[in-house]
Write a protein that binds this ligand. Structure first.
Ligand code: AMP
Ligand code: MG
Length: 317
Protein backbone atom coordinates (compact mmCIF):
# COMPACT_ATOMS: atom_id res chain seq x y z
CA UNK A 1 0.00 0.00 0.00
CA UNK A 2 1.13 3.50 -0.88
CA UNK A 3 0.00 6.56 1.08
CA UNK A 4 -2.10 8.55 -1.39
CA UNK A 5 -1.69 12.31 -0.84
CA UNK A 6 -4.67 14.64 -1.35
CA UNK A 7 -3.29 17.60 -3.28
CA UNK A 8 -5.16 20.85 -3.68
CA UNK A 9 -5.49 23.11 -6.70
CA UNK A 10 -2.87 25.55 -5.38
CA UNK A 11 0.74 26.42 -6.29
CA UNK A 12 1.90 24.11 -3.47
CA UNK A 13 -0.35 21.23 -4.55
CA UNK A 14 0.79 21.53 -8.17
CA UNK A 15 4.47 21.76 -7.20
CA UNK A 16 4.15 18.65 -5.03
CA UNK A 17 2.39 16.75 -7.85
CA UNK A 18 5.20 17.67 -10.28
CA UNK A 19 7.76 16.53 -7.72
CA UNK A 20 6.04 13.13 -7.37
CA UNK A 21 5.90 12.76 -11.16
CA UNK A 22 9.61 13.59 -11.52
CA UNK A 23 10.33 10.72 -9.11
CA UNK A 24 8.38 8.36 -11.43
CA UNK A 25 5.35 8.42 -9.12
CA UNK A 26 1.71 8.54 -10.20
CA UNK A 27 -0.69 11.45 -9.73
CA UNK A 28 -4.35 11.55 -10.78
CA UNK A 29 -5.44 14.97 -12.02
CA UNK A 30 -8.53 16.57 -13.50
CA UNK A 31 -8.88 17.27 -17.18
CA UNK A 32 -11.99 18.64 -18.92
CA UNK A 33 -12.98 15.08 -19.93
CA UNK A 34 -12.38 12.74 -16.95
CA UNK A 35 -9.68 12.40 -14.27
CA UNK A 36 -6.45 11.08 -15.78
CA UNK A 37 -3.90 8.85 -14.04
CA UNK A 38 -0.66 10.65 -14.88
CA UNK A 39 2.87 9.30 -15.07
CA UNK A 40 6.02 10.41 -16.94
CA UNK A 41 5.47 9.20 -20.54
CA UNK A 42 9.27 8.90 -20.99
CA UNK A 43 9.65 6.50 -18.07
CA UNK A 44 9.07 2.78 -18.67
CA UNK A 45 8.73 2.30 -14.94
CA UNK A 46 6.12 5.03 -14.44
CA UNK A 47 4.08 3.73 -17.38
CA UNK A 48 4.35 0.13 -16.13
CA UNK A 49 3.05 1.32 -12.77
CA UNK A 50 0.03 2.95 -14.46
CA UNK A 51 -0.96 -0.45 -15.89
CA UNK A 52 -0.31 -2.04 -12.50
CA UNK A 53 -2.37 0.53 -10.57
CA UNK A 54 -5.31 0.18 -12.97
CA UNK A 55 -5.04 -3.61 -13.10
CA UNK A 56 -5.20 -3.50 -16.89
CA UNK A 57 -5.00 -6.99 -18.41
CA UNK A 58 -3.37 -5.70 -21.61
CA UNK A 59 -0.79 -3.14 -22.76
CA UNK A 60 -2.94 -0.97 -24.98
CA UNK A 61 -1.29 2.31 -25.96
CA UNK A 62 -1.96 5.33 -23.73
CA UNK A 63 -2.66 8.95 -24.58
CA UNK A 64 0.25 11.36 -24.06
CA UNK A 65 -0.72 14.75 -22.65
CA UNK A 66 1.32 17.86 -23.47
CA UNK A 67 0.74 21.56 -22.74
CA UNK A 68 0.63 22.87 -26.33
CA UNK A 69 1.05 22.06 -30.01
CA UNK A 70 4.75 23.01 -29.94
CA UNK A 71 5.37 20.27 -27.36
CA UNK A 72 3.22 17.85 -29.38
CA UNK A 73 5.35 18.44 -32.49
CA UNK A 74 8.35 17.26 -30.50
CA UNK A 75 6.87 13.75 -30.13
CA UNK A 76 4.73 13.36 -33.28
CA UNK A 77 5.00 14.27 -36.95
CA UNK A 78 2.39 16.85 -37.95
CA UNK A 79 1.17 17.23 -41.52
CA UNK A 80 -1.08 20.03 -42.78
CA UNK A 81 -4.27 18.20 -41.69
CA UNK A 82 -2.92 17.66 -38.17
CA UNK A 83 -1.95 21.33 -37.92
CA UNK A 84 -5.45 22.32 -39.03
CA UNK A 85 -7.36 20.25 -36.48
CA UNK A 86 -4.89 21.11 -33.71
CA UNK A 87 -5.38 24.82 -34.41
CA UNK A 88 -9.17 24.35 -34.37
CA UNK A 89 -9.64 22.09 -31.32
CA UNK A 90 -6.59 22.33 -29.02
CA UNK A 91 -6.58 22.78 -26.16
CA UNK A 92 -9.63 20.54 -25.87
CA UNK A 93 -11.12 17.02 -25.81
CA UNK A 94 -9.47 15.76 -29.01
CA UNK A 95 -6.69 13.16 -29.26
CA UNK A 96 -4.70 12.79 -32.49
CA UNK A 97 -2.99 9.56 -33.52
CA UNK A 98 0.05 10.61 -35.53
CA UNK A 99 3.36 9.10 -36.69
CA UNK A 100 5.74 8.86 -33.72
CA UNK A 101 9.10 10.59 -33.66
CA UNK A 102 11.00 7.61 -32.25
CA UNK A 103 14.01 9.74 -31.32
CA UNK A 104 11.92 11.90 -28.97
CA UNK A 105 12.27 9.40 -26.13
CA UNK A 106 8.74 8.30 -25.22
CA UNK A 107 8.51 4.96 -23.42
CA UNK A 108 7.85 1.99 -25.72
CA UNK A 109 5.17 0.96 -23.25
CA UNK A 110 3.21 4.20 -23.78
CA UNK A 111 2.90 3.49 -27.52
CA UNK A 112 2.72 -0.32 -27.07
CA UNK A 113 5.68 -0.50 -29.43
CA UNK A 114 3.66 1.09 -32.27
CA UNK A 115 5.05 3.59 -34.76
CA UNK A 116 2.23 6.00 -33.92
CA UNK A 117 1.45 8.02 -30.83
CA UNK A 118 -1.86 9.30 -29.45
CA UNK A 119 -1.40 12.85 -28.21
CA UNK A 120 -3.62 15.53 -26.71
CA UNK A 121 -3.51 19.06 -25.28
CA UNK A 122 -6.03 19.26 -22.42
CA UNK A 123 -7.85 22.54 -21.78
CA UNK A 124 -8.44 22.21 -18.03
CA UNK A 125 -6.44 24.96 -16.26
CA UNK A 126 -5.21 22.51 -13.59
CA UNK A 127 -4.03 19.99 -16.21
CA UNK A 128 -2.30 22.87 -18.02
CA UNK A 129 -0.65 24.08 -14.81
CA UNK A 130 0.53 20.57 -13.94
CA UNK A 131 1.99 19.93 -17.42
CA UNK A 132 3.89 23.21 -17.25
CA UNK A 133 5.16 22.58 -13.72
CA UNK A 134 6.24 19.03 -14.62
CA UNK A 135 7.70 20.26 -17.91
CA UNK A 136 7.37 16.91 -19.68
CA UNK A 137 4.82 14.60 -21.37
CA UNK A 138 2.30 12.76 -19.17
CA UNK A 139 0.77 9.42 -20.04
CA UNK A 140 -2.73 9.55 -18.60
CA UNK A 141 -5.48 6.99 -19.12
CA UNK A 142 -8.64 7.42 -17.08
CA UNK A 143 -7.95 7.21 -13.34
CA UNK A 144 -10.11 4.17 -12.53
CA UNK A 145 -9.46 0.48 -12.00
CA UNK A 146 -9.71 -1.41 -15.31
CA UNK A 147 -13.31 -2.18 -16.22
CA UNK A 148 -14.81 0.45 -13.89
CA UNK A 149 -16.54 3.71 -14.77
CA UNK A 150 -14.31 6.71 -15.58
CA UNK A 151 -14.01 9.15 -12.65
CA UNK A 152 -15.21 12.74 -12.94
CA UNK A 153 -14.50 13.78 -9.33
CA UNK A 154 -11.52 13.39 -7.00
CA UNK A 155 -13.49 11.23 -4.56
CA UNK A 156 -14.28 8.78 -7.41
CA UNK A 157 -10.52 8.44 -7.96
CA UNK A 158 -9.90 7.93 -4.26
CA UNK A 159 -12.60 5.24 -4.07
CA UNK A 160 -10.94 3.29 -6.89
CA UNK A 161 -7.20 3.89 -6.56
CA UNK A 162 -6.34 4.95 -2.98
CA UNK A 163 -3.30 3.01 -1.79
CA UNK A 164 -2.14 2.36 -5.38
CA UNK A 165 -0.99 5.86 -6.46
CA UNK A 166 1.03 8.66 -4.81
CA UNK A 167 -1.35 11.57 -5.23
CA UNK A 168 -4.71 12.95 -6.31
CA UNK A 169 -4.78 16.55 -7.51
CA UNK A 170 -8.31 17.81 -6.95
CA UNK A 171 -9.53 20.18 -9.67
CA UNK A 172 -13.24 19.78 -8.96
CA UNK A 173 -15.80 18.07 -11.18
CA UNK A 174 -14.93 17.48 -14.85
CA UNK A 175 -16.94 19.58 -17.31
CA UNK A 176 -17.18 17.27 -20.32
CA UNK A 177 -17.46 13.94 -18.49
CA UNK A 178 -16.90 11.83 -21.60
CA UNK A 179 -13.52 10.82 -22.98
CA UNK A 180 -11.68 12.66 -25.75
CA UNK A 181 -12.51 11.95 -29.37
CA UNK A 182 -9.66 9.99 -30.96
CA UNK A 183 -8.88 10.93 -34.57
CA UNK A 184 -6.45 8.78 -36.54
CA UNK A 185 -4.33 10.88 -38.92
CA UNK A 186 -1.60 8.36 -39.72
CA UNK A 187 -3.60 7.56 -42.87
CA UNK A 188 -7.05 8.62 -44.10
CA UNK A 189 -8.75 10.58 -41.28
CA UNK A 190 -10.51 7.96 -39.16
CA UNK A 191 -12.65 8.03 -36.04
CA UNK A 192 -10.97 5.69 -33.53
CA UNK A 193 -13.23 6.67 -30.61
CA UNK A 194 -16.18 9.08 -30.41
CA UNK A 195 -15.91 11.63 -27.61
CA UNK A 196 -16.02 15.28 -26.59
CA UNK A 197 -15.47 16.74 -30.10
CA UNK A 198 -18.16 15.78 -32.64
CA UNK A 199 -17.57 14.04 -35.96
CA UNK A 200 -19.44 16.85 -37.71
CA UNK A 201 -17.10 19.48 -36.27
CA UNK A 202 -14.03 17.47 -37.33
CA UNK A 203 -15.39 16.88 -40.84
CA UNK A 204 -16.15 20.58 -41.22
CA UNK A 205 -12.52 21.49 -40.46
CA UNK A 206 -10.96 18.65 -42.48
CA UNK A 207 -13.31 19.09 -45.44
CA UNK A 208 -13.65 15.30 -45.83
CA UNK A 209 -15.72 12.57 -44.22
CA UNK A 210 -14.17 10.37 -41.52
CA UNK A 211 -13.61 6.68 -42.09
CA UNK A 212 -14.69 4.71 -39.03
CA UNK A 213 -11.58 2.97 -37.85
CA UNK A 214 -10.69 0.34 -35.28
CA UNK A 215 -8.55 1.10 -32.28
CA UNK A 216 -5.08 -0.30 -31.84
CA UNK A 217 -6.52 -2.82 -29.37
CA UNK A 218 -9.35 -3.90 -31.63
CA UNK A 219 -8.15 -3.38 -35.17
CA UNK A 220 -10.83 -3.70 -37.82
CA UNK A 221 -8.76 -2.63 -40.78
CA UNK A 222 -6.15 -4.97 -42.24
CA UNK A 223 -2.67 -3.71 -41.54
CA UNK A 224 -3.44 -2.28 -38.13
CA UNK A 225 -2.43 -5.52 -36.43
CA UNK A 226 0.73 -5.72 -38.48
CA UNK A 227 1.80 -2.34 -37.17
CA UNK A 228 2.04 -3.84 -33.68
CA UNK A 229 5.65 -4.61 -32.94
CA UNK A 230 6.15 -8.30 -33.68
CA UNK A 231 9.56 -9.95 -33.48
CA UNK A 232 10.93 -11.56 -36.64
CA UNK A 233 12.19 -14.55 -34.67
CA UNK A 234 9.93 -17.45 -33.67
CA UNK A 235 8.79 -17.19 -30.04
CA UNK A 236 8.09 -20.03 -27.55
CA UNK A 237 6.57 -19.42 -24.11
CA UNK A 238 6.70 -21.08 -20.67
CA UNK A 239 10.15 -22.49 -21.33
CA UNK A 240 12.01 -23.88 -18.31
CA UNK A 241 14.76 -25.47 -20.40
CA UNK A 242 15.67 -23.83 -23.69
CA UNK A 243 16.76 -25.81 -26.73
CA UNK A 244 20.12 -25.31 -28.39
CA UNK A 245 20.17 -22.15 -30.48
CA UNK A 246 17.29 -20.45 -28.67
CA UNK A 247 17.76 -17.02 -27.06
CA UNK A 248 16.38 -17.71 -23.58
CA UNK A 249 14.75 -14.78 -21.77
CA UNK A 250 14.46 -15.36 -18.03
CA UNK A 251 12.11 -14.16 -15.33
CA UNK A 252 13.36 -14.68 -11.79
CA UNK A 253 16.34 -17.01 -11.29
CA UNK A 254 17.18 -18.57 -14.67
CA UNK A 255 20.84 -19.57 -14.72
CA UNK A 256 22.34 -19.25 -18.19
CA UNK A 257 19.58 -17.04 -19.63
CA UNK A 258 20.81 -14.65 -22.35
CA UNK A 259 18.49 -11.88 -21.18
CA UNK A 260 16.04 -11.32 -18.34
CA UNK A 261 12.75 -9.50 -17.95
CA UNK A 262 13.57 -9.22 -14.25
CA UNK A 263 16.21 -11.21 -12.40
CA UNK A 264 14.40 -10.67 -9.10
CA UNK A 265 11.03 -11.70 -10.54
CA UNK A 266 9.56 -8.17 -10.18
CA UNK A 267 6.53 -7.76 -12.48
CA UNK A 268 6.74 -3.94 -12.64
CA UNK A 269 10.37 -4.18 -13.77
CA UNK A 270 9.44 -6.92 -16.25
CA UNK A 271 6.66 -4.79 -17.75
CA UNK A 272 8.95 -1.77 -17.96
CA UNK A 273 11.60 -3.82 -19.80
CA UNK A 274 9.22 -5.84 -22.00
CA UNK A 275 9.46 -4.02 -25.35
CA UNK A 276 13.16 -3.36 -24.96
CA UNK A 277 13.81 -7.05 -24.23
CA UNK A 278 11.62 -8.17 -27.16
CA UNK A 279 13.67 -6.05 -29.54
CA UNK A 280 16.99 -7.06 -28.01
CA UNK A 281 16.13 -10.79 -28.10
CA UNK A 282 14.99 -10.42 -31.71
CA UNK A 283 18.30 -8.82 -32.66
CA UNK A 284 20.32 -11.50 -30.91
CA UNK A 285 18.25 -14.30 -32.47
CA UNK A 286 18.81 -12.89 -35.95
CA UNK A 287 16.98 -13.86 -39.15
CA UNK A 288 15.20 -17.21 -38.75
CA UNK A 289 16.23 -17.34 -35.08
CA UNK A 290 14.24 -18.48 -32.07
CA UNK A 291 13.40 -16.89 -28.72
CA UNK A 292 12.21 -18.79 -25.63
CA UNK A 293 10.59 -17.01 -22.67
CA UNK A 294 10.65 -18.41 -19.14
CA UNK A 295 7.19 -18.55 -17.53
CA UNK A 296 5.75 -15.32 -16.12
CA UNK A 297 3.06 -15.79 -13.43
CA UNK A 298 -0.46 -14.96 -14.55
CA UNK A 299 -1.15 -12.47 -11.73
CA UNK A 300 -1.33 -8.66 -11.65
CA UNK A 301 0.86 -7.16 -14.38
CA UNK A 302 1.86 -10.71 -15.34
CA UNK A 303 -1.47 -11.01 -17.18
CA UNK A 304 -0.67 -8.03 -19.41
CA UNK A 305 2.89 -9.29 -19.95
CA UNK A 306 1.64 -12.74 -20.95
CA UNK A 307 -1.00 -11.21 -23.22
CA UNK A 308 1.76 -9.37 -25.09
CA UNK A 309 4.04 -12.42 -25.19
CA UNK A 310 1.21 -14.61 -26.55
CA UNK A 311 0.71 -12.10 -29.36
CA UNK A 312 4.44 -12.20 -30.10
CA UNK A 313 4.29 -16.01 -30.16
CA UNK A 314 1.15 -16.25 -32.31
CA UNK A 315 1.65 -17.57 -35.85
CA UNK A 316 1.96 -14.73 -38.33
CA UNK A 317 0.68 -14.66 -41.88
P1 AMP B 1 -7.36 5.98 -22.56
O1 AMP B 1 -5.94 6.43 -22.42
O2 AMP B 1 -7.75 4.90 -21.59
O3 AMP B 1 -8.32 7.12 -22.61
O4 AMP B 1 -7.51 5.26 -23.96
C1 AMP B 1 -6.56 5.37 -24.95
C2 AMP B 1 -7.20 4.98 -26.23
O5 AMP B 1 -6.40 5.49 -27.28
C3 AMP B 1 -7.26 3.46 -26.42
O6 AMP B 1 -8.51 3.10 -26.96
C4 AMP B 1 -6.15 3.19 -27.40
O7 AMP B 1 -6.36 2.05 -28.17
C5 AMP B 1 -6.12 4.48 -28.22
N1 AMP B 1 -4.77 4.73 -28.74
C6 AMP B 1 -3.72 5.16 -28.05
N2 AMP B 1 -2.61 5.21 -28.82
C7 AMP B 1 -2.99 4.79 -30.04
C8 AMP B 1 -2.30 4.60 -31.25
N3 AMP B 1 -1.00 4.85 -31.37
N4 AMP B 1 -3.00 4.14 -32.30
C9 AMP B 1 -4.32 3.88 -32.18
N5 AMP B 1 -5.03 4.04 -31.06
C10 AMP B 1 -4.38 4.48 -29.99
MG1 MG C 1 -10.71 4.38 -19.44
Amino acid sequence: MIATEDLTNSPQGIARAAEILRAEGLVAFSTETVYGLGGDARSDRAVARIFDAKGRPRFNPLIVHVPDVAAARHYARFDARAEQVAAAFWPGPLTLVLPLRPEAGLSDLVTAGLETVAIRVPAHPLAQALLRAFDGPLAAPSANPSGKVSPTRADHVRAGLAGRIEGILDGGACAVGVESTILGLDGAPSLLRPGGVTVEALEAVLGVGLVSGGSAERPNAPGQLASHYAPGAAVRLDVHEPEAGEVWVGFGPCPGAALSLSETGDLVEAAARLFHVLREADQRAGAGGRIAFAPVPEVGLGRAINDRLRRAAAPRG
